[in-house]
Design a binder for this molecule. Structure first.
Ligand SMILES: *Cc1c(COP(=O)(O)O)cnc(C)c1O
Length: 379
């Protein structure tokens, strides 16, 4: 039946005509790299995050690496994070020469389990990188209580949490370092890109150095290089996209929350019992619903592949998975990680599937996705 309907992807960016026009203006202006649009985008973001300094970059990944560098994290230091994230979250720890340590996840939130995080702290632990998977924050009060008690820096991987809140406070408006990604599938995008919320102007100046080869002004007309930086700046082309996306942030978050509500309504109260699947934790006033993920009932190693195949072939619906557990990738196995170390992460990493969720989606699309999931899972 619905295999004849148009393909429904799991994610799709929406770029409005005003944004396309604004990008055209940048392209014609003669200045396409970092310039006035980047400055304007950073100013808008800073305002949005309560006046805190914000700097933009060409990825979310490098914002975390730079935050770790600013915090002075390096060889000999341990950084604790979750095994269920995009691999970038752990790679940046290795990139700065520190040692990644994982703590297993909470099966309900699918985020790092803060009890296990605290238990993993050693005298070498210098920082923690919590991830707000699908846009759902961790218990922020508890997180910062742990950080304070053990004197740890926090680099929040809020890549998926732009527009999310914790008890009425916007994620990014409080805390230590907060990292956002504007990769193509994120709630707002710049094609590729990222932003880092910092604590003070001194850190912001360091971030500027690290994002452009370590270059600093020196003397009357000279420059100097006193730290090793990279090439991480955002262009005005990207910033023009970001400004256009940011203008709609309230509608984007509200619409995604409405779509999530529709998902719960359409699945209904009996879905979990009938199917053996698990819905995400309802969190309409905190999550930005970047992703809507269900955990499949376990039918062996091919469970998710079979489900994704059926969604595509029988119903023409795209799905994804976020994420395979990081510690089981070859490079991490080579560092000593093994199966069985983080059983919750391993189970959820194998059975999680991401259903369609994007700004241009309609409630009819949600109903279509739910009908397909039920047809596959409820015998
Ligand atoms: C997207 C994402 C990143 C990486 O962001 P990039 O902009 O692609 O570098 C890191 N962590 C999480 C949880 C993400 O979703």
């Amino acid at each position: 039946m619905s295999a004849d309907l148009p393909f429904l992807p799991f994610s799709k960016p929406t770029i409005d005509e005003a944004t396309i026009t604004a990008v055209g203006e940048v392209l014609r202006s003669g200045w396409i790299t970092s310039g006035p649009k980047v400055a304007a985008f950073e100013a808008r973001l800073s305002e949005y995050f309560g006046g805190r300094p914000v700097r933009t970059f060409n990825s979310g990944t490098c914002t975390m690496e730079i935050a770790l560098r600013i915090a002075g994290i390096g060889p000999g230091d341990e950084v604790i994070t979750t095994p269920v994230s995009w691999v970038a979250t752990a790679n940046v720890i290795i990139e700065v020469g520190a040692t990644p340590v994982f703590a297993d996840i909470d099966p309900r939130t699918r985020n790092i389990d803060l009890d296990k995080l605290e238990a993993a702290i050693t005298p070498r632990t210098k920082a923690i990188i919590p991830v707000y998977l699908s846009g759902l924050p961790v218990d922020m009060d508890r997180l910062y209580a742990i950080a304070k008690k053990h004197n740890l820096r926090v680099v929040e991987d809020a890549a998926q949490a732009f527009g999310s809140e914790w008890q009425g406070k916007r994620i990014g408006s409080f805390g230590d370092f907060i990292s956002f990604s504007f990769q193509a599938n994120k709630n707002i995008t710049t094609g590729e890109g990222g932003a880092l919320v910092l604590n003070n102007e001194e850190e912001a100046k360091l971030a500027e150095k690290y994002r452009l080869q370590g270059v600093t002004r020196s003397g009357v007309d000279g420059i100097d290089v006193d730290v090793l930086g990279g090439k991480y700046n955002m262009s005005d082309i990207m910033a023009a996209i970001g400004l256009g996306q940011f203008a709609n942030i309230e509608q984007i978050t509200a619409h995604r929350r409405a779509l999530a509500r529709r998902y719960y309504e359409a699945f209904g109260p009996d879905f979990e019992a009938q199917s053996g699947a698990q819905l995400p934790l309802p969190a309409f006033d905190s999550s930005n619903y970047h992703l809507f993920q269900i955990i499949l009932p376990d039918h062996g190693p091919a469970t998710r592949a079979d489900f994704m195949h059926a969604m595509k072939e029988r119903f023409n619906i795209g799905t994804g998975y976020h994420y395979a557990p990081i510690h089981l990738f070859t490079m991490y196995r080579e560092r000593g990680f093994r199966e069985g170390m983080f059983p919750v992460a391993e189970k959820i990493g194998r059975l999680t599937v991401t259903l369609p969720m994007f700004y241009a989606m309609t409630t009819a699309d949600v109903d279509r996705a739910v009908a397909a999931v039920k047809a596959i899972l409820i015998k």
